[in-house]
Design a protein around this ligand. Structure first.
Ligand code: TYD
Ligand code: MG
Length: 448
């Protein structure tokens, strides 16, 4: 279908305009108008122009079990729910430098090595750059055919001609649809690119891995416009300078969103870390301010070290730095510690860090943060001084400890590494009781 005209539609109120404006005349919001291709001359109102189709009872729908395409990367296959589904679209998001191109190159390499037809389309790097990376990677990464191209029509024509079984588009923000005037990466462009690739992928049964950059705020660029279009949204997280990265499913039409995989960036590409707990416990320090959190990464328990440093501050207000946990969660924990456990850090700088660059986004981390901060503030090592102490639990606003999901799996993981007894909502009803169990009686009570 030839598309000639474009229009600009407000992402907030749907206001439709023939030209771009900074402020939407409909709702008054700024920068919400995005370019869209105008639809064909469809009738508005009146009799429908389409042809009616017969609905089918769900029981009569034929749904053959299509075998999945295994990428050969165990952690990736698990997060995908058992491998790639032919004809599906997977969006892989992550900040620059995290390893998206490496992960997708390795997956294609394994698939090519297993005799699958693959194609790597890059709008970011030249074929020579892609080759340099592939040379470092294990497996058959050098067998993957590549196309360095940014024009959407060319990419679609190539896909149509080559008919790969699996294709990587790196990245969706670098492709450009010629009929839209916006720059590559703009909301309208990203939506158009993803939409047309989706249609071709579904029609031809091509499994597409769409790489997408994440903005500073952590959203997949193109304000969530892609998330509902694709079948699966994976997020690759971690810090570029650190070794460990986690891969999580935020949405998965063909599997659970409870899965997460842990990787390590090494000299020869990404290495799966199957024994992440063992690594983190082994690396945990036995100093004031360090505890082990029995966290859940999806449906898997994971032991990670949480560290805190409390130091006198010259600044007003003092610094509150949180790496790997939510800053607001840290503020809440500090308030509860001050109000209900007698641990005031009002005029001190507080730094909290989850070791290894891991991010924990669950309320079960509260207790670990509280114990680490209290241990650092008092200068007392948590636990018996030989083994680190493990804990988990959510802090309530009145100082009570609340239960969190999967206490048994967390406790079993801690036991496996000899971290027992464990401080949890089962063993301590309040944060005060948890502090006593982990650090002993507070200094004043001891002196008395
Ligand atoms: P890359 O996959 O290009 O990240 P993204 O596509 O998400 O922007 O690679 C990320 C970094 O990983 C890059 O700075 C180089 C490094 N790296 C290694 O340390 N080892 C390797 O084997 C490879 C291929 C890359
Ligand atoms: Mg890249």
């Amino acid at each position: 279908m030839a598309r000639t005209a474009t229009r600009f539609v407000c992402g907030q109120c749907g206001h439709d305009s023939a030209k771009w404006m900074g402020q939407c005349p409909g709702c008054g919001e700024w920068n919400t108008l995005a370019e869209e291709a105008a639809p064909g001359p469809a009738s508005r109102g009146g009799a429908p122009r389409g042809r009616a189709v017969r609905p089918v009872a769900l029981a009569d729908v034929a749904a053959p079990r299509i075998p999945r395409l295994r990428t050969g990367i165990g952690e990736l296959d698990r997060v995908l729910g058992g491998g790639l589904v032919p004809g599906s679209l997977v969006l892989l998001g992550g900040s620059p430098g995290i390893g998206k191109s490496t992960l997708t190159s390795m997956a294609l390499g394994n698939l090519a090595g297993a005799g699958r037809r693959t194609l790597y389309v890059s709008g970011e790097e030249s074929a020579a750059q892609i080759k340099l990376r592939a040379e470092r990677l294990p497996g058959a990464a050098l067998q993957v055919p590549v196309v360095a191209e940014t024009d959407l029509d060319t990419v679609l024509a190539t896909l149509e001609a080559e008919r790969p079984e699996v294709c990587v588009i790196d990245s969706v923000q670098t492709l450009h649809a010629a009929e839209l005037s916006g720059a590559a990466g703009s909301v309208g462009q990203v939506r158009e690119v993803a939409d047309r690739i989706t249609r071709l992928a579904k029609a031809r049964g091509i499994a597409v891995l769409l790489v997408g950059h994440v903005t500073k705020e952590g959203a997949l660029a193109g304000p969530r416009v892609l998330e509902h279009l694709v079948d699966c949204v994976l997020q690759f997280e971690g810090e570029r300078e650190r070794t460990y990265r986690t891969l999580r499913a935020l949405k998965n039409r063909f599997g659970s969103t409870n899965e997460a995989g842990v990787f390590e960036m090494a000299g020869g590409g990404l290495v799966e870390v199957a024994d992440a707990s063992a690594r983190f416990v082994g690396e945990a320090t036995r100093a004031p301010g360090s505890v082990v959190l029995a966290a859940m990464e999806g449906s898997r328990p994971l032991l990670v070290e949480v560290q805190a440093l409390v130091s006198p501050s010259e600044l007003v207000p003092p610094r509150r730095v949180a790496n790997g946990i939510d800053r607001n969660r840290l503020a809440l924990v500090l308030a509860v510690l001050g109000r209900h456990a007698g641990v005031g850090v009002g005029s001190a700088d507080v730094f909290v860090n989850v070791a290894g660059g891991v991010r924990v986004d669950e309320p079960g981390a509260d207790l670990a943060v509280a114990l680490a901060v209290a241990s650092a503030a008092r200068g007392v090592v948590a636990g018996d001084g030989e083994r680190p102490i493990a804990c988990f639990g959510e802090l309530g606003l009145s100082g009570e400890l609340r239960s969190v999901a999967h206490p048994d799996r967390r406790a079993a993981e801690a036991r496996k590494f000899g971290l027992a007894p464990l401080v949890s909502p089962d063993s301590a009803p309040t944060v005060r009781a948890a502090l006593k169990a982990a650090l002993g009686a507070p200094p004043r009570a001891r002196a008395a």
